[in-house]
Design a protein around this ligand. Structure first.
Ligand SMILES: NC(=O)c1ccc[n+]([C@@H]2O[C@H](COP(=O)([O-])OP(=O)(O)OC[C@H]3O[C@@H](n4cnc5c(N)ncnc54)[C@H](OP(=O)(O)O)[C@@H]3O)[C@@H](O)[C@H]2O)c1
Length: 300
């Protein structure tokens, strides 16, 4: 149906948000023909089209479908099925969504109309198209689809310097929550510990400024040393006294974070043990300490 080496297929986007714009810019940069955009608001469509030479704004999903060989639906997850179901599709056309949590069942309508369907999920946190574009090289993209679709999306992802993994429908949610726990929840953790800086006279911006440097280094350590060698912290070193000081301080000054600290340290202990820095005795001692403090903050 498609020649995998041909970059001249006409590509259309439905949804001019951060992911759509970043992906379209990357495709354009690597010679793909991003020709059409339709978004809910004309303003978003116009901004998108201005960024991509030769891209035209069209006024409906049907119009995108009519003129595009490949259509990326980059609306919020909750809108994908709605968009897919209310658009007239064709055979010899590929329809792709970029949701990590949804499978291909939400593209049933295009499939019934003869289109090929797939999903391409970048495992990355997109906040702006400028940073989004810069983050694409080296980012892992999860692909779902039949063999033809997988081959095409693999070639496209490799062209924009992404890495590829393949997923089955039943593993999509588990895969997606790893990204949310790594990205979204890490940023929530960063927000809550940055707020603690207010308790010793600095504001949260100063906190995140200092702490985000650590996040970057932790990322580097994890990539370069792997697990368990990159696992660090007083519980990983067997510093029982320091762990006890932390728990007492949290109980007194920020009890709402106490059970979280305990839970994370309890999850981390087996990795610290695997690393070989922790004796069985220290492991048990720290585990008992954490378990004894875990619920103490709840009543405060
Ligand atoms: N953000 C991330 O970090 C990330 C990472 C990986 C995957 N994803 C996935 O990428 C997809 C897009 O997410 P996003 O973060 O780019 O969202 P976003 O920035 O909120 O952009 C969504 C865009 O879709 C447009 N839109 C909404 N409803 C529409 C409709 N019915 N018809 C046409 N356009 C519509 C919006 O419209 P207007 O601007 O025109 O009003 C907006 O421009 C989602 O499936 C998400 O799960 C996101």
């Amino acid at each position: 149906m498609f020649d995998l080496n041909n970059k001249n297929h006409r590509i259309g986007f439905i949804g001019a948000g951060v992911v759509g714009t970043s992906l379209a810019l990357a495709l354009n940069q690597f010679g793909y023909n991003v020709g059409f955009i339709f978004s809910r608001s004309i303003k978003s469509s116009e901004i998108f089209a201005k960024l991509i030479p030769g891209c035209n704004v069209v006024l409906s999903c049907d119009a995108i479908s009519e003129v595009s060989d490949i259509v990326f639906i980059t609306t919020p997850d909750d809108e994908i099925q709605n968009v897919a179901s209310n658009t007239k599709w064709r055979s010899k056309q590929l329809v792709v969504h970029c949701s990590g949590a949804s499978s291909l069942d939400i593209l049933d309508h295009p499939k019934k109309q003869g289109a090929q369907v797939g999903s391409l999920h970048p495992l990355q946190a997109f906040a702006s198209f400028e940073d989004g574009l810069l983050s694409i090289p080296g980012t892992t993209f999860a692909i779902e689809g039949n063999e033809f679709v997988r081959n095409y999306l693999t070639s496209l992802t490799t062209d924009i310097q992404g890495k590829v993994i393949y997923l089955n429908s039943q593993d999509k949610v588990l895969y997606h929550l790893t990204g949310v726990m790594m990205g979204g929840m890490l940023s929530t953790l960063a927000a809550s510990v940055s707020d603690l800086w207010r308790l010793f006279g600095y504001d949260r911006d100063q906190g995140i400024n200092a702490l985000s440097k650590m996040i970057i280094q932790v990322g580097v350590n994890l990539r370069e040393l792997g697990i368990p060698d990159a696992i660090a912290g007083p519980y990983a070193r067997g510093d029982v006294g320091t762990v006890k000081k932390h728990l007492t301080e949290l109980l007194n000054r920020s009890p709402e974070l106490l059970s979280f600290y305990c839970e994370m340290a309890l999850i981390g202990l087996p990795y610290a043990f695997e690393k070989g820095n922790l004796s069985r005795k220290k492991f048990d001692e720290i585990q008992d300490l954490l378990l004894s403090f875990k619920f103490k903050g709840d009543s405060k």
